[in-house]
Design a protein around this ligand. Structure first.
Ligand SMILES: [Fe+2]
Ligand SMILES: [Fe+2]
Length: 207
């Protein structure tokens, strides 16, 4: 009888570090709505779609480099391509570590990413940069959404996403600095690529 009282009074129970869910800190999935996937599915989907997205991004830059690699803008594109490879390598590791099934659509992103990069690059440097701005803008928004959904129980993943998002924003700014907006038909092309990128995100989350 006295034993439990003693324990409670000497503060031992207070000394134990509190788990985040006991401190009121945000947890992943806290803002889920009825009918939304459970926490594990949510994280699995995030890793699947991010892995697919980084794969697609790496392929877009590969396509651009196939056309503009020896052009003066080649080194700028190469720098972004290297960062995409680093992003992809991180998600390659995560997909194994967290046992996430990769998207079944990789063969499509392999071809479509490269084709998009090469086709826009063939239209010229500004069109290639317009493609970069459109894609990176959608991706950075997508990463912001994910970061918002992740809680203190997923700090590592959230930090990674925040870090990559900062680089996607840099890529977008690089595109703008290279006169992306002066590409012929900029608006139409940008809307078209953004719609395609959003569709790719939607599909890769689920399939
Ligand atoms: Fe990336
Ligand atoms: Fe990027």
């Amino acid at each position: 009888m006295g034993g439990t009282g003693f324990l409670a009074e000497d503060g031992m129970s207070e000394a134990k570090p509190k788990r985040p869910e006991q401190t009121g800190a945000k947890q992943t999935g806290d803002d889920r709505l009825p009918g939304d996937p459970d926490r594990e599915t949510l994280i699995e989907r995030m890793i699947r779609v991010d892995h697919a997205g980084e794969y697609g991004a790496a392929r877009i830059y590969a396509g651009q480099l196939a056309v503009l690699g020896k052009h003066p803008v080649g080194n700028t594109i190469r720098h972004m391509a290297e960062q995409e490879k680093k992003h992809l390598a991180a998600f390659d590791k995560l997909i194994v570590k967290r046992r996430v099934r990769p998207t079944l659509l990789s063969p499509i992103w392999h071809a479509a990413g490269f084709a998009l990069g090469a086709a826009t690059a063939a239209m010229g440097e500004k069109a290639a940069m317009a493609c970069t701005v459109a894609v990176e803008d959608v991706i950075q928004e997508h990463y912001a959404d994910q970061s918002e959904q992740l809680g203190e129980d997923e700090v590592e993943l959230r930090d990674l996403i925040d870090e990559f998002r900062a680089e996607e924003i840099e890529h977008k700014e690089t595109g703008l600095a290279h006169d992306a907006e002066q590409a012929p038909g900029y608006r139409v092309m940008s809307d078209f690529i953004k719609t395609g990128t959003r569709a790719a995100i939607w599909l890769s989350t689920r399939i």
